[in-house]
Write a protein that binds this ligand. Sequence first.
Ligand code: SF4
Ligand code: SF4
Length: 183
Amino acid sequence: MAETKVIERKPLSLSERTYLPQIVSGLKTTISQIFKPSVTLQYPEERPPIPKGYRGVPTLVKDPNGREKCVSCQLCEFVCPPRAIRITPGEIPEGSEYEHVEKGPEEFEINMLRCIYCGLCQEVCPEEAIFLQDVFSLSGYSREEMVNDKKKLYELGGTLPDEHFKWDKKKAAEEAAAAGGHH
Ligand code: SF4
Ligand code: SF4
């Protein structure tokens, strides 16, 4: 039979029994960190700076004149890998200030339970109407709440600068042509 070797546990010394060395060593670490700049944020009261080009929640944007930029071409709906976008195309009514744009979305929904934040919708959009911006935390109590409708998408998107105003230029050119001017 193998011989059993009993190892005696060393009794704790006096200082070990008071835990003082451990407390002092812990305090040393605390005190050495206390004057260093903080690396944590008091989230959600404090928010981290969002870098340019961040791909947060997809949103719809208006141009600086307040025009809804989306023309409901449905390219984004087609390209979206998880089928998160649902668009009901609509006509822009005659007599509207933006009648010359002809089309706009009657309804536009993005299901944030499906969206994978890939940014393909933004890349494919010929109108620069859909952007993944800086909103990074969306939550809700129901599945329905996680579907952003057109109103919510414009609230989240706001207005972005625009350099093109292509529809306004097209209208101006058509008006000039109608008035007998040159193209
Ligand atoms: S970011 Fe990607 S997944 Fe989300 S709506 Fe756009 S295309 Fe779809
Ligand atoms: S957001 Fe852009 S790609 Fe999507 S339907 Fe509107 S215009 Fe087309």
